[in-house]
Design a protein around this ligand. Structure first.
Ligand code: SAM
Length: 250
């Protein structure tokens, strides 16, 4: 029964020369189910469809010399503009994947999940994209980490996956996303165990078998703090600062 509110699918658009690289991943598991259930849509636009020459050229050598090819501005801009026209009056955030962008993390995923108009993810290839597209056509540039990939498609998949699992109805267990690493607090998740109780001489921590939920919650919080301090001192410092500010305010 409807409660009067329309449930709209979260729209992802991807501008890519290599749709087949992405469709296998998007069709499976959680993302495939989210699409089947109308929670997300993913549409593809190929810059080659916006070329004017018989060879459907999308790249050329770099001005100033150097190795490799650069994606030309016109086919890419025309592809992005076609997405904007198709989606109007909605205004998707247009995000170019690139190593020089702001770095993607769980906070950015939450910011994107809240966007009314959804996302248009633009994938570069070759040696990258003519800078005028980054400067004048897209809304922002986004990196998925300090390394260089062959193309933006893996980055687009990372973003679609991380954003989708924050949308209502995508995860089976509604509380799952709230207890995970980086969510709510900057702490990493506590360690998880399942059957058997003992495996190759390694036992599951006794407290998890105790049935004492207060003790389990305490243990899990301690583990989150210990792990984060040992493995990600940067996140631990951020968490400790927020905790101290809260204590100061309280
Ligand atoms: N010449 C560029 C440089 O040194 O910064 C790298 C270009 S890379 C080989 C080709 C494309 O892969 C980029 O245009 C971008 O779309 C994508 N890409 C590579 N690394 C990425 C990263 N860390 N995050 C997001 N996209 C990336």
């Amino acid at each position: 029964m409807s409660d009067g509110r329309e449930t709209r699918a979260y729209p992802f658009d991807v501008v890519t020369l290599f749709e087949p690289l992405m469709s296998g991943y998007l069709g499976g598991s959680m993302l495939g189910r989210a699409a089947d259930r109308g929670i997300v849509t993913v549409s593809f636009t190929d810059p080659r469809d916006f070329t004017r020459d018989v060879h459907r050229t999308v790249d050329d050598g770099p001005f100033g010399g150097g190795a490799g090819m650069v994606m030309q501005p016109e086919p890419l801009a025309a592809a992005i503009e076609s997405v904007r026209e198709r989606r109007a009056p909605a205004r998707p955030r247009v995000v170019l994947l690139g190593p020089a962008g702001r770095v993607f993390d769980q906070r950015v995923a939450a910011e994107y999940a809240a966007l009314e108009g959804g996302l248009c993810l633009v994938c570069g290839r070759y040696e990258g994209v003519d800078e005028r597209v980054a400067a004048h056509v897209v809304d922002e540039e986004l990196s998925i980490g300090d390394y260089v990939l062959t193309g933006g498609e893996l980055g687009a998949l990372v973003v679609i996956d991380a954003v989708s699992r924050l949308l209502p109805g995508v995860l089976g267990n509604a509380t799952g996303a709230h207890e995970e690493s980086f969510t709510g607090t900057p702490l990493l998740e506590h360690p998880q165990y399942t059957r058997p109780r003992e495996w190759r001489g390694h036992a599951v921590p006794e407290v998890l078998l105790s049935g004492n939920h207060a003790a389990i919650d305490r243990w899990r919080q301690e583990q989150r703090e210990l792990r984060t301090r040992a493995r990600r001192p940067d996140l631990f410092a951020r968490w400790a600062r927020a905790r101290d500010e809260e204590d100061g305010a309280g």
